[in-house]
Ligand binder design. Structure first.
Ligand code: CA
Length: 231
């Protein structure tokens, strides 16, 4: 997933950013309300992590502006613990959830994932061909032919993220730009050739799963049951 992290405290920003990157996400970071406004307007995000006390404005002003523009990106507000007034103000301004400081890093990712899942209205489990995606557990399985439990298919974080995008929901065409945006940071756009190579590699790993990634020339990619596969 791709997140916008708005936090003026450098150490906290780097720790949270690194932990989300480690978990396989892309993170664009902003230290001021001005940077946050800019990034939020030029780039779609799966969710925004928003600190309230910023040097040039209150984070809630940025949030209100975005909501006024019709932006519905899920927002997790970071508030000082025991500040009920901040929480209420955050929810009033259009935040979807809040997290009190200090917080556990693992909780940040879990909350962001829950927000995105809720926003997408996604089912916890999706199946294509014999490929099973469990969003809550963030695991993939391949259903065995005949009897036997499904076998886990372990993928590197970035490959998992691409498959998650293609399968949410499955059967729709995802254009190359959307996928390369998911995979790239703000400054290091992934070229189309690199994306093709990435998808070919992933396609080989799905061999035998009953699902495949089809390329629709000029349009993008699609996950669908493999013809004559493990149906
Ligand atoms: Ca702050």
């Amino acid at each position: 997933m791709r997140f916008l992290l708005v936090e003026d405290e450098a150490v906290l920003r780097e720790v949270v950013q690194n932990s989300l990157i480690q978990a396989g996400h892309r993170v664009d970071a902003a230290a001021t309300a001005e940077q946050a406004r800019h990034l939020w307007r030029v780039q779609p995000f799966d969710a925004v992590l928003l600190d309230l006390n910023l040097p040039d404005a209150n984070g809630l002003d940025v949030l209100r502006e975005q909501r006024k523009r019709g932006d519905r990106t899920p927002v997790l507000v970071l508030t000082a613990r025991n500040r009920t007034d901040e929480r209420i103000a955050g929810l009033d301004a259009g935040a979807d959830d809040y997290l009190g400081k200090p917080f556990e890093l693992a909780e940040v990712e879990a909350r962001l994932r829950a927000l995105v899942r809720r926003a997408q209205g996604a089912e916890d489990r999706t199946e294509v061909g014999g490929l099973l995606l469990d969003r809550r557990a963030r695991r993939l399985f391949v259903r065995a032919r005949g009897a036997g439990p499904p076998a886990e298919l372990e993928l590197p974080a970035r490959e998992f993220e691409v498959l998650l995008e293609l399968m949410t929901p499955p059967g729709r065409v995802v254009n190359k730009q959307t996928l390369s945006d998911k995979l790239s940071g703000f400054d290091d756009a992934l070229g189309h050739n690199a994306l093709e190579a990435f998808v070919s590699r992933l396609r080989r790993k799905l061999h035998g799963s009953g699902a495949t990634i089809r390329t629709l020339r000029g349009l993008g990619y699609l996950v669908e049951p493999e013809k004559g596969g493990a149906e």
